[in-house]
Design a protein around this ligand. Structure first.
Ligand code: FAD
Length: 463
């Protein structure tokens, strides 16, 4: 008998999960409400596509494993390959990080091109995957004990039912899965929200003819000093810069030209403003607002129907400032592969429930990183940190303060931020003792002069 899987949503999480399902199911359908462009282009279902999207090292490594040669596709379209440290200018609340060769390499690519390349590879390599575009999933079909498919409506057509052994909801933050489950008599998952009220304003520029020696500029806000504003410039394919201003706690960056420039001038370092001041704009200024982090606890529902799982932003949407969403989607896809590899079809009873529990564990670090950081800002709504969390925040502050002076600590932080290492590496004695030593030495200082320009690259290791 033909085994079938359906994925709702043809964005990053949907594509990565379809890739996994294609290994195990005879027939995989990706149901996407948008028309899918024949070239990298914006579409309504992914409004965030106009904004900077960092692909963290862990995300790129996992995607490369799923689609060997993907990095070559990136290079072919001109997405710069860069080394964290050497090619990045990264200012945390502790100052600029040292610019040395971390050995951590990534390509910087627009969100629209990444999605396009993943889709093309999937279509080429897996003929058992079919894209059903211009079609909206409206609800779940069930036989009373398990989900058996979806109800969906093609644009301008009649609602129909498509049957499947497994339905994967990858429809993003606006997922209707809780309502769909309730309609079948199941409970909706509880939600945890940490609302930091983030605003983005992004403009695309031509990369200048005489570019700086960094290819990513990243300026973090600083809760300790009440600075709610940050910014980033990413060099991407096509010789373009994506320049984004971001504010938390409703300090939203304006989308008019004068306001955009003024906000840029108000950052704790002039580097962003000086970079864009004379650069040639290629686009209007696009705005985006989002409440913050939201986690739906599918792992805690008393009764999870078999035949249905939820992934990607549909489960957990993060404050995008930390660049985690696409990488977390890749982590989840790899988890699904591990579980399917150990299971024969038809999927046994309880598979969906175990998957959601393991997913919740797999994304825990990313959730704690994003929400722990957001909760430092006074206007963030959410459960305030307990004593242990406050200690972690205090310790993180010390780490940030001394990172500019120590490559070992800086390296550990870079790995954690790229999700290639667990945050616990920052607590290892080899790191913690160095943090303490710098504290005793008083290695850190607060001079705003040192923030005014990007530090030069360094080649030697200094402690
Ligand atoms: C401003 C912003 C900046 C971000 N920056 C980063 C970053 O730097 N790095 C990073 O890793 N992540 C970032 N993210 C998060 C990232 O965009 C998502 O995590 C990533 O796209 C994966 O999301 P997803 O595939 O689960 O959902 P989405 O990308 O939201 O896609 C959902 C898909 O489902 C489709 N769909 C929805 N409902 C239906 C339906 N009923 N029927 C059929 N189709 C449907 C939509 O059309 C869409 O294609 C950012 C997000 C925002 C908002």
């Amino acid at each position: 008998m033909t085994s079938r899987a359906i994925v709702i949503g043809g964005s990053i999480a949907g594509l990565l999960h379809a890739r996994i399902l294609a290994e195990f199911f005879d027939d995989v359908s990706v149901i996407e409400r948008d028309a899918l462009p024949e070239a990298p282009d914006f579409r309504n279902g992914v409004p965030q596509g106009r904004h900077v999207h960092a692909l963290l090292a862990q995300g790129q490594q996992l995607m490369e494993k799923l689609f060997p040669g993907l990095a070559d596709d990136f290079v072919e379209i001109g997405a710069p390959r860069l080394t964290w440290g050497l090619d990045t200018a990264y200012m945390t609340s502790g100052g600029w990080l040292r610019r040395y060769d971390t050995g951590i390499q990534v390509n910087q690519i627009t969100r629209i091109a990444l999605e396009f390349l993943l889709r093309k590879r999937l279509q080429k390599l897996y003929p058992n995957v079919t894209f059903v575009s211009d079609c909206v999933a409206e609800g779940l079909a069930s036989n009373g004990s398990r989900v058996t498919g979806i109800h969906c409506t093609p644009r301008g057509g009649e609602t129909e039912t498509k049957l499947a052994d497994l339905v994967v909801d990858a429809s993003g933050r606006n997922s209707k899965a809780p309502e769909w489950l309730k309609a079948l008599g199941y409970e909706a998952p509880l939600e945890t929200q940490v609302k930091s009220y983030i605003g983005y304003a992004t403009r695309w520029y031509e990369c200048p003819a005489d570019p700086p020696d960094w290819r990513i500029l990243f300026i973090q806000a600083n809760p300790k000093r009440g600075i709610l504003r940050g910014a980033a410039i990413f060099e991407v394919e096509g010789g373009r810069w994506l320049a984004t201003l971001g504010g938390v706690n409703k300090d939203y960056p304006p989308t008019d030209e004068a306001g955009f420039l003024e906000y840029a001038r108000s950052l704790p370092t002039p580097v962003f403003y000086e970079a864009i001041r004379d650069a040639k704009p290629l686009s209007p200024i696009y705005g985006y607002r989002i409440e913050g982090n939201r986690l739906r606890h599918y792992e805690k529902v008393a009764r999870q129907p078999d035949g249905f799982i939820v992934v990607g932003d549909a489960v957990c949407g993060f404050n995008p400032l930390y660049g985690q969403g696409m990488t977390v989607a890749a982590i989840e896809a790899v988890l699904l592969r591990e579980m399917l590899a150990k299971t024969a079809l038809p999927l046994p009873e309880g598979f969906a429930s175990v998957f959601q529990q393991r997913l919740a564990k797999a994304i825990q670090n990313a959730w704690l990183l994003a929400t722990g950081e957001d909760l430092r800002y006074p206007g963030t709504e959410g459960t305030k940190p307990g004593t242990a969390d406050r200690f972690v925040q205090w310790y993180t502050d010390r780490v940030l303060e001394v990172m500019p002076y120590d490559e070992t600590i800086s390296h550990a932080f870079t790995e954690v931020a790229n999700l290639t290492a667990s945050p616990t590496v920052l607590l290892r004695p080899s790191v913690a003792l160095r943090v303490l030593r710098h504290q005793l030495r008083g290695s850190h200082h607060d001079s705003s002069d040192s923030l005014s320009s990007v530090p030069p690259r360094v080649t030697s290791t200094t402690t």
